[in-house]
Structure formats: structure tokens, C-alpha cells
Design a protein. Structure first.
Length: 69
């Protein structure tokens, strides 16, 4: 395999990791947000990161997974 292939693959994996971290941070902000307007802004950002998902179901699913202290 060529170096270009591995470079592209590594870039893709790095991008995936960054998106995962951003999503987790946004979810933590969402669960700790007080007002509905804050939550709405965060939902829009989540939708940009994960346009293929149903955000309502995703948030309810992740609520159990993320523990907020």
C-alpha cells in the first residue's frame, strides 16, 4: 500500500476521533444547560456533526451513557 493511502486513512480516523470528542463535549453541555435556548443551540450543533441521526433518540440514548457529576 502507498503512503498516501495510509495518510488519508489516518486523517480520516483523526477526523472521526475529533468529531467524537466534540459530540461528547456538546452532550455534556446539553445535559448541564439550564435554558431551552441554550439546549436548542447545542442541538443545532449536534445536528451539524451528526446529520444522519435522529437527534432526539440519540440524546435520550446517550443520557444513560454519560454521567454528569
Amino acid at each position: 500500500m502507498s503512503k498516501v493511502y495510509y495518510k488519508k486513512r489516518r486523517m480520516k480516523l483523526d477526523q472521526k476521533r475529533e468529531n467524537k470528542e466534540k459530540t461528547r463535549k456538546l452532550l455534556v453541555k446539553y445535559f448541564s444547560a439550564k435554558s431551552d435556548s441554550e439546549k436548542q443551540k447545542i442541538r443545532e450543533k449536534l445536528l451539524k456533526l451528526k446529520p444522519h441521526l435522529n437527534i432526539d433518540e440519540y440524546i435520550s440514548f446517550m443520557k444513560d451513557k454519560i454521567k454528569i457529576s
